[in-house]
Ligand binder design. Sequence first.
Ligand code: AMP
Ligand code: MG
Length: 336
Amino acid sequence: MKVGAVNSLICLGIESTADNLGVGIATPDGTILANEISTHVPAEGGIHPREAARHHAAEIGNTLTSALKAAGIRGRDIGIVAFSQGPGLGPCLRTGATAARALATYLRVPLVGVNHCIAHIEIGRLATGAADPLTLYVSGGNSLVAGFESGRYRVFGETIDIAVGNCLDTFAREAKLPYPGGPAVEQLALKGNQLIPLPYTVKGMDLSFSGLLTAALEALRSGRWRLEDVCFSLQEVAYAMLGEVTERALAHTRKAELLLTGGVAANKRLRSVIGSIADEHGAKQSFVPLRYATDNGAMIAWTGVLAYSNGVRTPVETSYIDSHWRLDQVEVPWRR
Ligand code: AMP
Ligand code: MG
């Protein structure tokens, strides 16, 4: 470890779980000095893991340079390198991990592997000031309700098939709407007003979006409905399902705060559903700011600071990625 590294706890974080390559820089007091993002946009179809990984490999040099420039620091000011270790797409994760290992080795600073889902929660807590929220984390690859209990984030409910963001993106692609689909569906839904019967699937505390996607696509292809009404109905059903599970988890845990995070947290209709639930239960509502809603490096850098300051280290030799790494497998010493 380089001399002075103990004092220099500035952390550079690399995010590369899916189509976003992110490099963020965070200080120990929670100041985000940089948050650079380069997104791979597929020429056609959904994310192709190897093509996205190729994009990340090609862009990592530039993105690192821009992050250092934005932060006004040099490589030697970095005291920790953190990276998204999972869950995510294997080739994308491997590219980010390789860059992180190389950088940590070159700078002779410690490496910290970060769980991507936990990072979404931690950046939400940092940015909104929520201390101990129940969190609904909804993105292109994940949909879950989690809260901190006895040393870990526990999952109270989650999707058993596809993520809600994936459902919106796939629907939008088939409907020839621009990529990514979530914002496009949201805009069209504003012009819809007819609720088409679509399957609402909550099983216990878990959710399923694949039947909803199939039925929405069938409604679209049938030609019986306006696209605006299909978008409206798709959103209403999907967000009601998420609302039900979130509300039950909130009633069960009695947390005083409710946090909405992840890329789909940008959606105004979902915010209003979650906001009403928080109000009804007397919980404080928090929405992650848009710049930290989608996958980003700042959340990895900040979680790296928290983990490193509480003894977490990831030796380079064993810094394998884990594309199925669950957040409830991770010890969270910084919240003890
Ligand atoms: P992430 O996986 O966290 O990077 O978030 C990306 C996902 O967020 C994609 O599935 C997007 O379609 C979705 N998304 C972004 N903005 C919105 C929005 N306004 N409404 C719904 N989904 C959105
Ligand atoms: Mg994500």
